[in-house]
Design a protein around this ligand. Structure first.
Ligand code: ZN
Length: 190
């Protein structure tokens, strides 16, 4: 109920920059998830880094917020190597950061934008499961990031469970397409 209400509220704020297929490993069916872009989350944003500048956040089971620069990077990655529901992107070694990534082949010490989105898809599942509790629980522990402690469990599970099944055909908004055509053009709406 809360998840549905919160998602409806985000719909009032604007259109997504694209939609993606996402789910957790433990879910049977893919869900359609909206990705909303805002300048406040760009890497050069004047907003504080605490949950804003250069960060992605999952608000509900159907809404992920990112910066326009992240959305652009993800689209470029997907143009080169598209994910699909048959061949989804997962987080390498189940961790965005840390030594687990070094055990994988090929070694990629830093996560791609597609891996970060897979992690966020893991959070959409947590939002679906936790409902009203998702915001207080997520807000309390998300800043601890991944790690070996109990309070890292929330972030660890998002990386272990999240799957990104590709961008939904025809869902990329004109503002994002314009950014790709004219890299020096003014940034999209906030
Ligand atoms: Zn996270």
């Amino acid at each position: 109920m809360f998840d549905r209400l919160a998602t409806s509220w985000f719909h009032l704020l604007g259109q997504p920059c694209f939609r993606v297929y996402g789910k957790a490993r433990s879910e049977r069916d893919w869900r359609m998830v909206e990705v909303h872009a805002t300048r406040r989350r760009d890497h050069d944003s004047a907003w504080p880094p605490f949950l804003w500048r250069g960060t992605c956040i999952t608000w509900t089971s159907q809404v992920i917020a990112v910066g326009w620069d992240f959305a652009e990077e993800l689209l470029l990655e997907q143009a080169e190597e598209p994910a699909s529901r048959d061949h989804p992107v997962e987080v390498l070694g189940g961790r965005l950061h840390g030594p687990q990534r070094l055990d994988q082949r090929p070694i990629q010490p830093w996560p791609s934008a597609s891996e970060i989105l897979a992690h966020e898809c893991g959070h959409t599942y947590q939002a679906r499961r936790l409902g009203l509790l998702y915001w207080p629980v997520g807000g309390a522990v998300t800043l601890f990031r991944e790690g070996p402690h109990w309070y890292n469990h929330f972030e660890n599970r998002a990386s272990e469970q999240g799957l990104f099944g590709g961008i939904v055909n025809g869902s990329v908004c004109p503002a994002l397409m314009n950014r790709l055509r004219r890299p020096e053009s003014p940034k999209g709406p906030s």
